[in-house]
Structure formats: C-alpha cells, structure tokens
Design a binder for this molecule. Structure first.
Ligand code: GLY
Length: 465
C-alpha cells in the first residue's frame, strides 16, 4: 500500500459522510486475458477501489455499509495451486487489516449479502463499470443488465468520489512528481533519439523500457509519430524522415498508479524550418498563456477559450484564419487546428476519473459541456479550478488533410478559414506541447522537478548538444 492505513480509513469515512446512506460497492479489477486466461495483460487495479482500499491484488471488492457502519474487504483466498504458480500472497484478512477494514467476505458471501440487501429494498451505490467481466458479475449480483448499468450507477457516489479524488493531497502530489521525473527521462531520451533513420517504434520501445525498468508502466499507449496531426497516432516501423517533426505524447505511471502525461514535438533534422517555427511558436505562446490564466476560481472553460482566441489571433497573422476572432471561436472555426480540449484532470488515471463520466468529472451545475460543437465536445473539463487540482496544459495545432477537405467541401466556417493556404500545409503534420500543472493557492505550477525543454531555442540546443 502506498499510504498509511489512516489515509484509507479517513478517505472512506469522508465518502460515507458524503454519500449519506445505503451500501457502497466498489469493484476491484480482475486479471484480463490477452489471448488465453493464463496469459493476461499486465494487471491494473481500478483507481477508485485503489483510492479507498489501497490493495493491488486482482479479484477484490470493497463494501461500505453506511447504514450499519460496517466495512468489508471482499475476495477469495488463494489456494495451493496458485501458490505453486504465483507464490504466496497476503490473505484477504491480512489485506483488510492493512487497509483498516474490520470485516471480510468471500465473493460468494458478497453475492448473498447484496441479494439480501436488494430484497430489503436498500440502496446499493455502484460505479459505472468499464470492464465486461465486471458487468456480468454486476448483472448476476444486482440483476441489472449491462446496457442499463451506466444509467443506473449512483450519481451520489460518483459525485462524492469526484469531489474527493479531484483535489490531490501533498502525498499524492509527491507521487505524481515521481511519475513526472520518469516522464522527464522518457521525453528527453525520445528527443535525443529523434534523428533521421531511427524508427518511431524504436523510440516508443526505448521510452516504455525506461518506465518498465523502474517497475512502472506507461500511463497510456505512447503516441510517437511523424503524423502528429493524428491525435492518437501510434508508432509505426517507418524510419524518421529529415525535415519532418516527431510528436511524442507519453507518460509514466508509478507502481502505485499515479501518472504523468507530457508531449513534445521535435524537429527530426535537429532544427525547425521557418514554417515549423511559426506554428510551434503559436503553440508555445498558447501553452504559456494557459499557465498565466490557470488559478483557483477560474473556469477551465475560460482558460480553454482564452487559448483558442489567442491561437485564432496568431493564425490570422499567418493568414490561415480570417474574420472576427470572437465570432470565429464562437463558430468553432479554431477546431480546424485544435480539435481537442486544452487539457484534462490527471491523477491515478491519466484522464482522471474519466470512467465515472466526463459530465460529473469536468463539469457541474454552473458549467455544462457542449457536446454538439466539433472540438468543444472534446473538452474534458470546464469547471472552476480549485487548489490541488492537477491538469494537463496541452494546446496543439494540426493540419489534418481529411478535415481540410471535409470543411472545404461543405463550406463549414469558410468565412474564417483560408482554404487555399491550408492546402499548402497538408504535409505539415502537427505540433502539441503538453505539461502537467498543479493549481496552487495563487495560480499554478509545473509538476516535475525538471522541465522538459520546449522553447524553440532550448529544444534545438538540447537535441544538438
Ligand atoms: N496524452 C494523451 C491524451 O490525453 O489523450
């Protein structure tokens, strides 16, 4: 367990108070087979289960019976065959004691417990499941078909968990800083490797190896691509080509599952061309502008749109956009270049708590998501920032040939876009700069001891050293 037992006891106590009544059911994850049951993907515990119970073993669940003030750690003890193959592990009772939980149940006993609770008409709060094995288990235990489980998940529980997990404590921030330090090593290695002839996969493999060698894993599948215009462009075996840019978006996840997430865009020839500099410098200014705006009480929505307006102004100077900036942004014309949000919360999940539902995590009664407008519908957070939030600041400018063709053909936002000039950028790729920031009492600060070089001069100097 990462933290002291009291941390978990206290987190559950706050959760109980916030939810108020009923039974809270938090499912841990099971091993997930890759191609046959004994050959599983690397195990990843569910973050909310981990947050409240701190245990990493597969096949566990937690129950908090608020009405009777009883807590249970649920799981089956392993048998001699498991010990032969995988070695001995703590018993469920030992794990419960470590987590400050007084009671244990087997999986079969949990099913009986929940069945009785259902008969008695008690409220069972559960989270929207995202793994199919757990959907089946929930259907068996609660009688709710998987297609209904997301809509019947407990909004009270989701909101209570979001409230707690969104604000990071100093001990959590220290763990995120550890992830950022590994991310620094990953990114600086990728930047140094970025030379004509090296393949995207070689770079991706090397940076994954850095994470693995520290017992960690990557916090999501690394994006390492000369096609930076593809938002999630995964590494190919193609050798890097002189003159192009390499976009690397990658992060580490510590053994205790706290994440980092950074992006750098590096010139493969060692120097940016004039055209690349012009676009890079806009992204750089947008990145820094977000840092100057982000502070407690400020809506992330306003930081995002402040950046979109600055980007539009600068793209107008290059002749790629035109017209009134405010109207262009209102119409969503900037999404031709940045079809994603400025950033997301980060913590135990790289997109923190996204499985609980973007509407509850990033938005609230005051700031509602816009799910209709292209680009704005990918903004994962809009709500007012609070001290202790961890966000990513990740503006980007991309030239997506299919999107240019699509909008040109339909005339979408034609009054704000210079399609003739856009044609000449179709082989440009994309640029993103991303850092992780902590909202502090009076603004924000970078996470990670060292900052991965990102200013144009710094990047060129660093890769040519
Ligand atoms: N860094 C990858 C993502 O946020 O989707």
């Amino acid at each position: 367990m990462l933290f002291d037992k009291q941390t978990y006891v206290q987190r559950r106590s706050i959760l109980k108070e916030q939810v108020g009544s009923g039974i809270i059911l938090l499912m841990g994850n099971n091993d997930s087979p890759s191609n046959y049951p004994a050959n599983a993907y690397r195990f990843r515990q569910d973050s909310s289960f981990l947050y409240y119970f701190g245990q990493h073993r597969e096949g566990l669940a937690g129950i908090i019976d608020i009405d009777n003030n009883r807590e249970y750690l649920v799981g089956n003890d392993i048998d001699i065959e498991d010990i032969v193959w995988f070695g001995s592990v703590d018993s469920v009772a030992d794990m419960a004691a470590q987590s400050g939980v007084a009671n244990t149940l087997t999986m079969a006993q949990m099913a009986d417990f929940l069945s009785l609770a259902k008969k008695e008409g008690r409220t069972i709060h559960f989270l929207p499941p995202y793994r199919h094995d757990l959907m089946i288990q929930l259907m068996d235990m609660l009688g709710i078909h998987p297609s209904q489980q997301r809509s019947q998940a407990s909004v009270a529980l989701i909101k209570a968990i979001v409230n707690q997990r969104a604000v990071k404590t100093p001990e959590e921030i220290a763990e995120i800083e550890r992830a950022c330090a590994i991310g620094y090593e990953m990114h600086t290695t990728a930047m140094k490797m970025c030379r004509p002839g090296v393949t995207e996969q070689e770079i991706s493999g090397r940076i994954s190896g850095i994470a693995s060698s520290k017992g960690c894993m990557v916090s999501f599948q690394s994006i390492v691509s000369m096609h930076g215009e593809i938002m999630h462009g995964y590494p190919s075996p193609r050798p890097l080509e002189a003159g192009r840019l390499l976009l690397c978006d990658a992060g580490a996840e510590t053994n205790e599952n706290y994440c980092s997430d950074n992006t750098r865009t590096t010139p493969i020839s060692g120097r940016f061309t004039q055209r690349q500099k012009e676009i890079y410098s806009i992204v750089e200014q947008c990145h820094d502008y977000a840092l100057s705006l982000a502070a407690p009480g400020v809506k992330w929505w306003d930081v995002h749109f402040g950046v979109c307006r600055l980007m539009t102004d600068k793209l107008k100077e290059l002749g790629l956009m035109k017209g009134d900036t405010e109207e262009a942004v209102q119409a969503g014309a900037h999404a031709m270049f940045m079809p994603h949000g400025l950033g997301h919360m980060m913590g135990m999940d790289v997109h923190d708590m996204e499985g609980l539902g973007q509407t509850y995590v990033g938005f609230d009664d005051e700031v509602k998501p816009n799910l209709e407008q292209f680009g704005t519908n990918c903004l994962r957070c809009g709500r007012r920032l609070q001290e202790g939030f961890v966000m990513t600041d990740e503006p980007g400018i991309y030239f997506i040939p299919a999107l240019i063709d699509d909008w040109k053909a339909s005339g979408h936002c034609a009054e704000f876009l210079n399609f003739d000039l856009l044609e000449t950028y179709k082989d440009f790729g994309g640029i993103r700069i991303e850092d992780d920031i902590l909202i502090t009492s009076d603004g924000c600060r970078y996470l990670g001891k060292d900052r991965i070089p990102y200013h144009i001069n710094e990047v060129e100097e660093f890769i040519n050293k």
